[in-house]
Ligand binder design. Structure first.
Ligand code: SF4
Ligand code: SF4
Length: 493
């Protein structure tokens, strides 16, 4: 029988160590230069004996180490028999999974108005044409009904209040929450807020109704206020921090969402350290900036710098045991060896109901006139829904040879649309992020397991339990964390 190398294997090397990484099985094997030489020499199918002889540099007898080596690579899928169907079966299974329809998140936008004018906000950019609308109570109920009708009861439903600033329409929020509790008391509810309009009454009401509160904060006052300003230009930090403290006193569960840009990068780690010490959030979220319609966002920073700052910050927070949404969407697939089929839940998993009684999937498209439909007549046969649902790198030929296919999930379709005029194209910004992060994960795993390659025939295959060392003190599968469904959305079975 003939063997060949798998086309899903990618070679990394650093400081004399070579790592083979299988991008579909999400497995790593570490060894010496022999690994790279073997893969370089396997340009066409050959027998195990031929390959072993090459590994022994054509010595007249085959060393037992070389047979062991090749059989180990076969066992873990880095090499394969030419008639093996295992990878193609896995690939077609993943491609089918990526097309399942599973709405489970609803973004409800009680108002498109916001009292802040954050300088990097892509929503201000796209929503300018949309104007300011408050949602009616009837639309809130109709949106919740539509979501309940089409979402699966087999998974945890989550409803997020989003804006604009949702707490500028407290009567809509309160009505919607009591309606949600009436129709599905198990539904998780999250409030995304800039925190500036929180009163003791609202905070108590959110605590009483088990609403998880996520407050947008980008760092200490001097960092936050560079971007997050009121309409008259003065910074919003003081009002936001006051709102956060009121919620904490009322007993709310609280998280912080940070937007990363030139105001907190470089310096992300110290901004995060400040927020953790001062506010003690249950979790953190890192959002990377989206492009404005003209293809730029002046607050964006260089992608390698941004990604390395996120990595340095992750190394810090994992020792503190603090969970960070967004980063974990990439890290968990590598650790758990499960492919992330989708990154953005709008690709089949999320509806957004807007104040004007339209329904769509992505907040950034609201105001562009694209991908929003009348709520009354919407159902899962909608063309736009089916276009979004089909977006997944595993279904794109150009992605199949990418090392980062297991961890990227395809990035942001809106940014792909700004860059290429098509939501089902590459978001090249997040492609670069994913590839930098993958390379770091490959070598962080080696460091965590204290790997050493001293002899050319040394070879290390990390055990699944060892991969968990990347999490350090973070209880990553803690179901009580907010947005757990959101964070794990798109992972393969
Ligand atoms: S496509 Fe997804 S990630 Fe991108 S802006 Fe829209 S909702 Fe956010
Ligand atoms: S990182 Fe980019 S090229 Fe690679 S799989 Fe993801 S979307 Fe495709």
């Amino acid at each position: 029988m003939l063997i060949e190398k798998s086309p899903f294997v990618h070679i990394f090397s650093s400081s004399g160590v070579v790592c083979l990484y299988h991008s579909l099985y999400v497995t790593n094997i570490y060894g010496s230069h022999l690994l790279a030489e073997l893969f370089g020499s396997l340009r066409f199918p050959q027998t195990i004996e031929q390959a072993a002889r090459r590994l022994c540099k054509n010595e007249s007898c085959i060393r037992p180490e070389s047979l062991y080596y090749i059989n180990l690579l076969l066992k873990h899928g880095f090499l394969r028999y030419t008639d093996s169907q295992e990878e193609s079966h896995l690939l077609s299974n993943l491609q089918q999974q990526a097309q399942y329809s599973d709405p489970r998140f609803l973004y409800l936008v009680p108002t498109s108005a916001c009292n802040l004018r954050c300088k990097y906000c892509h929503i201000i950019d796209t929503w300018a044409a949309y104007g300011h609308h408050h949602m009616s109570l009837e639309t809130a109920e109709a949106g919740i009904n539509k979501f309940m009708e089409h979402s699966s009861t087999s998974c945890q439903r989550e409803i997020m209040f989003y804006g604009g600033e949702p707490l500028l329409a407290p009567e809509v929020v309160k009505h919607a929450v009591s309606y949600i509790r009436k129709v599905d008391n198990t539904c998780r509810i999250t409030m995304f807020t800039n925190g500036t309009n929180i009163t003791p009454d609202i905070a108590k009401w959110m605590a009483d109704n088990d609403v998880f509160v996520i407050v947008s904060m980008d760092g200490p006052a001097e960092v936050h206020n560079q971007m997050r300003c009121h309409a008259d230009g003065h910074g919003g930090f003081e009002d936001t921090a006051r709102g956060y403290d009121i919620c904490k006193k009322a007993g709310c569960r609280l998280g912080i969402s940070m937007v990363l840009g030139r105001h907190n990068i470089p310096g992300l780690k110290s901004a995060v350290e400040y927020l953790i010490n001062r506010f003690e959030p249950v979790d953190l979220g890192f959002s990377t900036l989206h492009l404005h319609k003209n293809g730029e966002n002046p607050a964006m920073v260089d992608v390698p710098l941004l990604t390395h700052e996120m990595i340095d910050t992750f190394k810090f927070i994992r020792e503190k045991g603090v969970y960070a949404e967004h980063l974990f969407r990439r890290i968990r697939p590598f650790v758990e060896q499960q492919i992330r089929l989708k990154d953005c839940p709008s690709c089949g998993g999320k509806f957004l109901v807007a104040p004007d009684s339209s329904i769509g999937f992505c907040e950034a498209f609201l105001g562009t006139g694209r991908y929003y439909y009348p709520l009354d007549s919407f159902d899962l046969s909608n063309d736009g829904y089916n276009e979004w649902k089909g977006i997944a790198p595993i279904r794109r030929d150009e992605c199949l040879r990418c090392p980062a296919i297991a961890i990227c999930g395809g990035g942001c379709p809106y940014d792909a649309w700004v860059q290429h005029g098509n939501i089902n194209n590459l978001d090249t910004i997040r492609c670069q992020q994913a590839n930098i992060l993958l390379e770091w994960l490959v070598w962080d795993l080696f460091e965590q397991i204290k790997g050493e390659i001293n002899d050319p025939w040394d070879i290390i295959v990390p055990e699944p339990a060892q991969r968990q060392m990347i999490y350090s003190k973070i209880a990553v599968n803690n179901k009580s964390l907010p947005l757990q469904g959101y964070s794990t959305y798109g992972e393969s079975n």
